[in-house]
Design a protein around this ligand. Structure first.
Ligand SMILES: Nc1ncnc2c1ncn2[C@@H]1O[C@H](COP(=O)(O)OP(=O)(O)OP(=O)(O)O)[C@@H](O)[C@H]1O
Ligand SMILES: [Mg+2]
Length: 349
């Protein structure tokens, strides 16, 4: 099987390494349009991290989390091997054996103890704090939670996410114990988090966007695209990594880049048109005219600055047609394909 190699993310990785180089003090939110390469970049970074860091990567994507039981099961990696009563001792014994863990290791008996408690969050946070305190004597713990929005609405004695944010603030700003990265592809979630009072002055935001033109050309050069194919690819897909990988694979398989790229635009256009089908069927509360009105913002522009969001914009962000960046206060289509599809829809009016 031919595999596409990881392509340069020097700027973003440097920024993260600078953060990792200093004492943990803020929660870092990593955000960006869908399929911009956030998870790939984080996975690459974890593989490259020097030995003095201990990364714990938890991906909530596709995890069906409806209660604490589910949450504890994804947060922790249960160690069935032995019974250990002392967290410090356990953390010490794990130090040389961490590798890349996909959860915070916990001996099965301590996990069960947390499970039995009434206030599970208190005990769960206490365990993690003790575990990281011990680990931090030798290595710097780095906790990364991907797709954090999955638990955005989870309510158990109040919203879990608030308890989690409070705990993250404790681990970073107060104890300087652990780096925290929260990744999300849900720009509405990031938009809500951004205006969250409890996180102000306690978090920073890092954008991982599609590749810019230089990096895109660099990628396509590596895959022997001709000048014509490069221009065509950029004009259809911009720097969206997933599309570039798809076209690079098509190229390797001797397919025609032009027809492949045009097919991607056609598919995206029909996906956007299906929103209008839903409107006709009364499944969407916005009118066709309102949606077209929003689309018209992108008739000439690729990105707009917003003063206030409205329901229609939020709807289109929720449908992953538009991407909202609350830090820059900009809105743009989620991808070049979306931009082209939006323009096709306006022109077919
Ligand atoms: N730096 C890169 N080099 C090569 N390929 C990449 C790179 N970044 C992303 N890709 C390709 O794009 C695909 C999508 O990337 P990824 O899943 O990391 O995006 P994401 O931003 O995490 O998406 P989501 O918004 O769904 O969370 C990957 O499966 C990979 O094939
Ligand atoms: Mg991802």
């Amino acid at each position: 099987m031919k595999r596409i190699k990881f392509h340069d993310r020097k700027k973003e990785i440097k920024e993260i390494m600078n953060i990792l180089d200093t004492e943990p003090s803020l929660i870092t939110f990593i955000y960006g349009p869908i399929n911009s390469g956030k998870t790939t970049m984080i996975s690459h970074l974890i593989e490259q991290l020097p030995e003095d860091y201990a990364p714990f990567y938890i991906n909530l994507r596709g995890r069906f989390i409806t209660d604490y039981e589910d949450f504890l099961n994804v947060l922790f990696e249960i160690d069935e091997k032995g019974v250990v009563d002392n967290v410090t001792e356990y953390a010490r014994s794990m130090l040389n054996d961490l590798g890349t863990v996909s959860g915070i290791p916990i001996p099965v008996n301590l996990f069960e103890q947390i499970f039995e408690k009434k206030d599970k969050s208190k005990d769960m946070f206490k365990y993690i704090e003790q575990f990281f305190t011990e680990i931090s004597k030798n290595r710097v713990p780095v906790l990364i939670i991907d797709e954090l929005q999955v638990i955005g609405d989870l309510k158990i004695d109040g919203l879990l996410i608030y308890k989690l944010f409070n705990f993250f603030i404790r681990l970073t700003k107060e104890l300087h114990l652990c780096h925290i990265f929260a990744v999300s592809s849900d720009s509405l979630f990031i938009e809500q988090v951004y205006s969250e009072a409890m996180l102000q002055g306690r978090s920073r935001h890092l954008l991982v966007d599609d590749f810019n033109k230089v990096d895109t050309m660099d990628f396509l050069n590596k895959h022997n695209f001709s000048d014509k194919e490069k221009e065509l690819t950029w004009n259809c897909c911009g720097g969206k990594p997933i599309c570039l990988v798809e076209l690079a694979n098509a190229k390797m398989n001797g397919k025609d880049i032009e027809s492949e790229a045009k097919m991607l635009v056609k598919i995206r256009t029909s996906q956007i048109l299906s929103i209008f089908d839903e409107i006709s069927l009364g499944k969407v509360e916005h009118s066709e005219k309102d949606i077209i009105e929003e689309f018209k913002n992108f008739e000439k522009e690729e990105i707009i600055q917003y003063a206030r969001v409205n329901e229609r914009k939020i709807f289109l962000v929720g449908r992953n047609v538009l991407f909202i960046d609350p830090v820059q206060r900009t809105i743009k289509p989620q991808s070049k394909l979306n931009l082209l599809a939006i323009r096709e829809v306006i022109n077919s009016e």
